[in-house]
Ligand binder design. Structure first.
Ligand code: HJL
Ligand code: ZN
Length: 168
């Protein structure tokens, strides 16, 4: 179990990342932080929507940076993650994307195939039903044995940042 004392700080850091995402009417501006509570330093990687080239999501960028730093292909980021890895993401990881790209839930689950990888997901808000209807991301993660914790208190700020560039 990760020590929850720093959780708010990590979520705030994720929110700071989200603010760096370019406003886009067809997605949300999201931020993510990969953390290993037992590592020094604890922060493994940061990410935000559209940070890396292509149509990239926050969680995807954080994982891609881990893979790149370890000289691994993108889908093998899990090999380079400590066994107690936690991801903080301002928004529930996606389970379906309008573009058809691989959802972040699948990317998170992929990290677990070597026995470690992401154990816990802290999310700041559920994904609004704007692009893909009800997101089943949380359920799919939990069904696969990932602990999902909704860290409340950040919703208003997260949604304000997430919907920058959206028409009402
Ligand atoms: C999460 C992100 C991001 C979304 N969700 N967790 N992290 N942008 O960085 C979810 C939303 C999709 C749309 C459009 N957004 O992004 O459902 O174009 O962005 O593949 O479905 O799909 P694309
Ligand atoms: Zn995603």
């Amino acid at each position: 179990m990760p020590d929850s004392s720093g959780s708010e700080d990590y979520m705030r850091l994720a929110l700071e990342q989200a603010k760096k995402a370019p406003p886009k009417p067809t997605n949300f501006c999201v931020g993510a932080v990969l953390v290993s509570p037992s590592s020094t330093p604890q922060i493994l990687a940061l990410g935000h929507t559209m940070e890396l080239s292509g149509n990239t999501h926050a969680e995807q960028c954080a994982l891609q940076k881990i893979a790149e730093a370890a000289g691994l292909p993108e889908d093998e980021a899990g090999k380079a993650l400590p066994n107690d890895t936690v991801i903080y993401t301002t928004m529930e990881p996606c389970n379906m994307r309008l573009s058809g790209n691989a959802p972040c839930v699948d990317r998170i689950l992929l990290t677990r195939q070597w026995g470690g990888g992401i154990q816990t997901v802290y999310l700041g808000v559920k994904e609004p039903e704007k692009f893909v209807g009800e997101n089943q991301g949380r359920k799919k993660l939990e069904d696969a044995g990932v602990q999902v914790i909704h860290l409340s208190g950040f919703e208003d700020e997260i949604l304000q940042v997430a919907t920058a560039g959206h028409e009402e």
